[in-house]
Design a binder for this molecule. Structure first.
Ligand SMILES: CC(C)(COP(=O)(O)OP(=O)(O)OC[C@H]1O[C@@H](n2cnc3c(N)ncnc32)[C@H](O)[C@@H]1OP(=O)(O)O)[C@@H](O)C(=O)NCCC(=O)NCCS
Length: 391
């Protein structure tokens, strides 16, 4: 809805106590459908505190659920430390609960846990010496060129295929194209390389450009994907050639250790760096535990292997859905989210005392261990958030 002055009118406009007003306004101009949530103080033209909720589709393995991502959290410097942001987040998340069962964000440390958010993502990247790629070459039937606009839908499809079961990744759609096109006066778009065989995309790489005037010495591949090991080798050979042209000796690649690129790099010899933090970074909160458990019924059965019929005819995993939904099994929501996203395995959570012992007797087949194997296992890839999908 557009007001007479050209501004969109808020979908939610609610008077709070203490001279405050809360508004939510839909914004469809960006990559995702978003809601700008603002806290206004009587007499002030600009909101005192604001954030944006983006509508996303987040994978929890081979199943994606609707979720919202919080970005742009800020309070005007002259109004900080008066509780405004706390009131804003609490109200915005209450609204999100009516629409989605989970909310995610990338946050500063020691702040979001008070609202129930828990870290469920490790940051990781790969460093590869260019000399390790000596001897790699592109197969004769592979061509490489700069991608153009028409190639982007095919690249998005390739991304969705390569990460079809990877937790934390977003299901990409054509709105992604806008963010690849985006450039600012300080930063140009990444170079996007496309590798094709018989006219079909089999690999791609987005190589970072640095802010204009930057004189650092790093070569960063923001994202790369390849169908096969030979395609990954061709991609690494090309990235290394470009790296050498700049007189640089090392590539940093922002890809998980267990994707085709990660596996190829590890076989060549590389350094995989993983940062974990007790708090902050990629965080999430379950807003409707039962809806998440119900939505992931098929995913849990997939992880456990072919569902086997229990004596009363129910697939074995279904026995655990009720206790998981009610909190009888895995009491803490944060722990459940960490298990579902593969940030923790069942055994790790047991070791850390994050789940109560005693379930072993009611779970003689070790089903919980199969439902929650942790990432980077045969049933579940490691959770990963690609740079191009941050909000
Ligand atoms: C973080 C921020 C949004 C908090 O807004 P606010 O309206 O001042 O928040 P509240 O008054 O509700 O809560 C204040 C509490 O925030 C916490 N806080 C503020 N800045 C923080 C920071 N950089 N790191 C961790 N906690 C912080 C403190 O615990 C503070 O409580 P205290 O005053 O008792 O120490 C605000 O400081 C801000 O805009 N910072 C700059 C932008 C930013 O960092 N955004 C978050 C990006 S993920």
């Amino acid at each position: 809805m557009i007001r007479g002055d050209g501004a969109a009118s808020p979908q939610v406009d609610e008077r709070l106590t203490d001279g405050l007003r809360y508004t939510e306004t839909i914004d469809e101009s960006g990559r995702w459908r978003s809601r700008r949530c603002c806290l206004h103080l009587d007499g002030e033209e600009e909101p005192v505190s604001s954030l944006v909720l983006h509508s996303l589709s987040v994978r929890f393995g081979a199943t994606a659920l609707p979720a919202e991502g919080v970005g742009g959290v800020q309070t005007r410097p002259d109004h900080q430390r008066r509780g405004y942001n706390e009131r804003l987040i609490t109200r915005a998340v209450r609204g999100a609960k009516e629409r989605v069962p989970a909310v995610f964000l990338y946050g500063i440390e020691r702040y979001y846990s008070r609202f129930g958010f828990a870290t469920c993502l490790a940051e990781s990247s790969i460093d590869l010496w260019v000399r390790r790629t000596k001897g790699l070459s592109a197969p004769a039937d592979l061509t490489v060129r700069e991608a153009d606009e028409e190639d982007l839908p095919e690249m998005i499809a390739l991304y969705n295929e390569l990460h079809a079961a990877r937790p934390w990744t977003l299901v990409r759609d054509k709105s992604m194209i806008a963010s690849l096109r985006h450039r600012t006066p300080w930063k140009s778009r990444p170079d996007v390389l496309l590798f094709e065989r018989s006219g079909s995309a089999v690999a791609y790489a987005a190589i970072a450009h640095y802010p204009f005037g930057w004189i650092g010495r790093a070569f960063t591949v923001l994202e790369a994907g390849a169908r096969t090991l030979a395609d990954a080798h061709a991609l690494l050979a090309e990235a290394s050639r470009r790296c050498r042209e700049l007189d640089l000796e090392q590539l940093t690649i922002h890809e998980p250790r267990d994707g085709t690129i990660g596996i190829a790099c590890r076989a060549l010899g590389c350094t995989v760096t993983e940062h974990t933090a007790p708090d902050g970074g990629g965080m999430g909160v379950l807003l409707d535990r039962q809806a998440v458990v119900d939505g992931l019924r098929g995913e849990l059965a997939r992880r456990a292997g072919t569902p086997t019929a229990a004596p009363h005819g129910l697939p074995a995993t279904d026995r655990l859905l009720a206790p998981l939904g009610s909190g009888e099994l895995v009491r803490d929501d944060a722990t459940l989210l960490q298990l579902l996203t593969g940030y923790r395995s069942w055994d790790e959570a047991l070791l850390l005392g994050e789940i109560e012992r005693g379930w072993e007797s009611s779970d003689p087949d070790g089903l919980c261990r199969r439902l929650f194997p942790g990432g980077s296992t045969s049933a579940l890839p490691s959770p990963y958030a690609h740079r191009l999908d941050r909000y």
